[in-house]
Design a protein around this ligand. Structure first.
Ligand code: PEP
Length: 280
């Protein structure tokens, strides 16, 4: 913990990319890997925009057991190989059990480590203490911890202590909205006001996930999507990382299509991020 009110400029470096309280990294990408073609199109667009970080979901924790659960380990070799092909250095990827860590290690070894992985702990596993200890006991991969959708900030910070106290302090704290019975205007209540609170209380860089917070890309009267608005909010208040869903064809995405931006929208989205960052 820290209590001196200063941002921590040290942070950590992974695969040549710095993650700290004074950096900003955007991780656009697929919520769920559906097929090789869409992974390639997505990495190609991200690489062409000069971005070296991306998100990709292989193991999907879904509300309904009848919904697409992700391709799991079968897609990992081509996901990592294609990331390397387009210059992506870090892929943020959720794991939901220890075995997934072994599968990621094995796939990276198989294709010769063309990229790195940031292990994502999803909102549903924010208090899965055994899983938190597992990612804390290794130092090969940094950890992206997502705040539980129904837990207090203090409980979420304690969850990060489970990772750090096992030996891995390369952690990024992610806000992704919290449950509220209000229901509108967003799927979740956006909790980005906690960005500076976490930066003041801890040494962790802070990520925002506008896609899972807003839950839909509905257009506002000003012509921007709710995703753009939530992203700007997060950056204005000091976020160090943005995790955001893109898809080549959102209408046919197998998971969370309604919140995905299209690949054509990526360059302008990144321009907006830079502009907001420069302004604030
Ligand atoms: C995700 O980022 O793919 C995801 C499932 O997010 P969350 O755990 O925040 O719902």
């Amino acid at each position: 913990g820290r209590h001196d009110g200063q941002v921590d400029a040290v942070g950590f470096e992974y695969r040549g990319i710095r993650f700290a309280q004074d950096t900003l990294n955007v991780f656009p990408g697929l919520c769920a890997v559906d097929n090789r073609e869409n992974v390639e199109a997505t990495f190609k667009a991200i690489g062409a925009a000069g971005v070296k970080t991306a998100r990709m979901g292989a193991y999907k924790p879904r509300t309904s057991p009848y919904d697409f659960q992700g391709h799991g380990k079968d897609c990992l070799p081509y996901v990592f190989e294609l990331a390397g092909k387009y210059g992506i250095q870090v892929v943020a990827m959720e794991i939901t059990r220890e075995q997934h860590l072994d599968e990621i290690r094995e796939a990276l070894r198989q294709v010769g480590h063309p990229t790195g992985v940031m292990l994502q702990i999803g909102t549903r596993n924010a208090q899965n203490f055994e899983l938190l200890k597992v990612v804390g006991q290794q130092k090969e991969f940094p950890v992206l911890f997502k705040r539980g959708m129904g837990i207090t900030l203090e409980e979420a910070l304690n969850a990060c202590e489970y990772v750090a106290s096992e030996g891995n302090s390369s952690i990024v704290f992610c806000l992704r909205g919290v449950k509220s019975h209000l229901g509108a205007p967003h799927r979740n209540m956006i909790d980005f006001a906690h960005v500076p609170v976490i930066k003041r209380l801890t040494r962790m860089p802070v990520c925002v996930d506008p896609s899972h917070s807003a839950g839909r890309r509905a257009i506002s009267p000003d012509g921007m999507t709710e995703i753009h608005h939530a992203t700007a909010e997060g950056i204005i208040i000091g976020a160090n990382m943005v995790l955001v869903d893109f898809h080549p064809d959102p209408a046919h995405a197998l998971c969370d299509g309604p919140q995905a931006l299209t690949l054509e929208e990526l360059p302008a989205f990144l321009d907006d991020v830079s502009l907001v960052r420069q302004t604030y």
